[in-house]
Design a protein around this ligand. Structure first.
Ligand SMILES: [Zn+2]
Ligand SMILES: [Zn+2]
Length: 139
């Protein structure tokens, strides 16, 4: 028995459902995430096969590198997905989930590339680079 999670973008032209577990939320402070999101990228993660797009007419994929692509809404600009081709999971922007999520932000990664205009002060572990990313599992 796994809970189904739902979410989508601001304008509703991208809607998704996750039929399976999600990972706790990880905040990535790397330069790529900061440029893509406008700040740092706080995200959960689902197994690829559990993520179903219920509406995707606004969705567009951008090849952010040769290894990964980012999915965003062309109408409202929402930053929804990060999809590393070699990975078993798809990363999902935590702010796009419908609430209550039941999730917690548990760590900060790539703090070596964090912006110079804020302080990370929530007491969660901080890693200069990748850290010990938690697994996708029932919350
Ligand atoms: Zn949208
Ligand atoms: Zn990042």
């Amino acid at each position: 028995m796994t809970a189904a999670y739902t979410g989508g973008c601001r304008c509703g032209r991208v809607r998704y459902r996750v039929d399976g577990p999600l990972r706790p939320v990880v905040a990535c402070h790397c330069r790529e995430c900061r440029q893509g999101s406008g700040h740092y990228w706080a995200a959960t993660r689902a197994y690829r096969g559990d993520l179903h797009l219920e509406r995707d007419d606004g969705l567009r994929w951008f090849d952010s590198s040769t290894a990964a692509r980012r999915g965003f809404c062309t109408v409202c600009g929402a930053n929804l997905f990060f999809d590393r081709h070699s990975s078993e999971g798809v990363t999902i922007g935590a702010g796009t989930l419908d609430e209550p999520t039941g999730l917690r932000l548990v760590q900060h990664i790539y703090t070596a590339e964090a912006g110079d205009y804020y302080t990370i002060a929530d007491g969660q572990p901080q890693y200069p680079y990748t850290g010990e990313i938690p697994p996708i599992e029932e919350q």
